[in-house]
Structures are given as structure tokens and as C-alpha cells.
Design a protein. Sequence first.
Length: 268
Amino acid sequence: MVTVNKNILLIGRTGNGKSSLANVLSGTDEFAESADSTSETRSIKDKKFEIDGVRYCVIDTIGVGDTQLDTKSVLFRLGEIAHFIEKEGLNQIFFVTNSRFTKEEVEAYKLLSSIIFDQDVFNYTTIVRTNFPEFENENACERDRAKLRNESGELKEIFSHAKVVYVNNPPLIGRPNSILVNKELREESRKRLITYLGTIIHKNYLPTNLKELNERINNYMTDKERLEEKLKEAGEKMKKMLEEHEEKMKKLQEDMDEKIKKSEAKKR
């Protein structure tokens, strides 16, 4: 049997179940799970496993929207991705979300092509909707896909071509019976994801501009940063104008005082 290698990269907003999904995929509990706004994943972490002759490597990343880090700092952490994929590339990118896209998630999704990788990235990207109780009901999943495709603006643009897969990865906490049920749901989610990955037959994705990733991140500037930069420039310009005005007024006052002194001297 020929062994196939598939690297799966997880990207998403903090608290959306990204690390939980990494545990579900790998069948382990090695990824620290968290439901709050602070990412438990502070650097890139990977786990290799094998199923039916296919070698998988799930790669978990720091959460986008971490409350303790700005976007640029998060991107620098994501720059570590290059080390993991520079040889074999990626079979699939799972963009993880647990509800409708927020403004921050739209920005993060766009960053995949504008900063992190290139324009081809969306051919290898699947949106994984976690915490979807009806994930085993294909009609419910299709209804949700239809709603997403009917969104307006940037959301409509994203979901008109994006592939969306549904799972449920509830936390393994609470009463023993609840934990048992949640384990079954996670195992079913795992089967669905592995089956889905088995349908992907394209070659691995290796961005041509991967070597320049850190350079692009270094040059990255958000709309907020651009606005702050413009306000700073305007403030500095205004300060310079005020200083020049004060200097002119001071010079005029000195000239006037000199003229008064000369006039008084002539009267004597």
C-alpha cells in the first residue's frame, strides 16, 4: 500500500473550537482546549497520526483575535507555519468557526490570500463549522449553507464559493454520561472529517511565496494602524504648523519691539 501524507492546517478565531478540532482529528487530548477569548495555543503545535495507510499531520495555530496579542503579533506567530510546510505543503486548510462570521473572521479569512499565502489558497481551504448540533442531518447542513450563501457584502462573496463542513466537538467535561455522549459525537465528527479529506485528490498546496511570508507580515498594516498613522502624521503636521506660527509671531513681536525702541530713541 502506498503511503500518502496529508498535512492539515487549522486557522480560526480564538474560542471557536480550533484546538478541540485538532484533538477530534488526531484522536488525542494533546491540544489544550479553551472556550474563552485567550488562546491556549501560544505557538504552532502539530500531531502526526495514521489511518488506513494515510499519514496525517494536524497543525494547530495561535487563535486569531487573541485578546492579549494584536493582529501583527499573531501573524508573526503564524509565520512559524513555513517551517512545518516548506517541504510537503498542505493538503487542506480548515478555517474554523462556530457561528456566523464576525468582522474579525472576515479579516482573518482575507489574510489567508493577502498576507499568509497567495490567491490559490482558497482552492485548498474548507470552512469547518463547529458546535453544530444537527451536523448529522445533511438537510440541516444544506439549509445553513444556503443561508450563508444569501449573506450580503463580503460574506456573500466568501460563501458563494467556499466549501463548508459541519461537525460537533463538545467539551469532555461534566457528568460521566454527558462525557460519554460527547465522546461519541466527537468520534462521529472525526469520521466525517476523515471521510471528507479522503475525497480530496488534488496535489498538496505549496505557496510559491512562502519564503517571503515574514517579510509580508512585517509590512502588514491594518486599517486601524493606517488610521492611527494618518492621525499621527496629521498631528505632527499640525504641531509643526503651530511651531512655525509661534515663531513668526515671536519674530513679529521682536521686530515691533525694536521699532518702538528706535522710535523712542529718536524722540529723546
